[in-house]
Design a protein. Structure first.
Length: 254
């Protein structure tokens, strides 16, 4: 009961604060042409993004270059979400009874010739498309979040179809959480590298890879790809982590 009261108080306080912001006119009006975003930020991004970042995809240019710090924090939030799920759910781990053999399809409704055949063809296509989305994130639609979600989907299909015998199932709850941490590390390390070359954090033009490119501006796509790789690893591993934690607490004899 105490938890319910505390939750109610938090909801009321949050509602009062939100109402204060709305009624007090602290937030900019939607579509206001004189707001900071519409008056100079958006026009600058549109006019200078390609020149500054060498990324034809404007969305990627903003998220991975101009707003690199924001994307880093979003990646950290993904990682913390997976760690929180691991801590909360595994702390209340249930005793698993009647756990099925992944190769045993008897009595399993989520299986069959049609599904097995379709997903055996679909999984390689998803994997190929995921790597394509990752590699082309700065020049077309795509990026780390989308690629990570696609890789996780391929894993989930392989994990949930019993007859596949979990061929991609080399993850446990703990290893998935650690892998997500590796993704965050790749992002942060990419940001730190320019600092060893006289640059600022996430200043891709100062990456110590001049030997591999002709001009410093061409280092921007390299930096964008590296942080997109970190995001991909983190998103993929976080989704897998949550899936594995949930499956760990599932009774298959229900």
């Amino acid at each position: 009961m105490d938890k319910v009261k505390i939750t109610g108080v938090i909801v009321i306080i949050a509602g009062v604060i939100l109402a204060g912001f709305i009624l007090g006119d602290f937030l900019p009006t939607v579509g206001d042409a004189t707001s900071s975003a519409n008056s100079y930020l958006s026009p600058y991004y549109i006019e200078h993004a390609l020149h500054d970042t060498e990324a034809p995809n404007l969305v990627t240019a903003v998220l991975a270059d101009y707003r690199g710090f924001d994307t880093l924090f979003e990646t950290c939030v993904m990682f913390l979400a997976g760690v929180t799920a691991l801590m909360v759910l595994l702390s209340k781990r249930k005793i698993v009874k009647g756990q099925r053999n992944p190769s045993d399809t008897n009595g399993i409704s989520f299986s069959g010739t049609v599904l097995d055949t379709a997903f055996r063809v679909l999984i390689p296509v998803i994997l190929i498309y995921a790597f394509y989305v990752l590699a082309h994130g700065e020049i077309s639609l795509g990026g780390g979040f989308q690629a990570g979600a696609l890789l996780a989907i391929a894993y989930m299909i392989d994990r949930l179809i019993p007859s596949f015998q979990n061929r991609l199932g080399f993850f446990t709850e703990e290893t998935a959480a650690m892998t997500a941490g590796v993704g965050v590390f790749i992002y942060i390390f990419t940001g730190i590298l320019p600092m060893f070359n006289g640059g600022n954090f996430l200043e891709y033009g100062k990456l110590p890879f001049e030997f591999a490119v002709e001009a410093a501006v061409m280092l921007h796509p390299v930096g964008i790809f590296l942080i997109e790789l970190g995001v991909t690893v983190c998103v993929m591993a976080t989704i897998i982590n949550i899936l594995e934690v949930v499956l760990e607490r599932t009774k298959f004899d229900d």
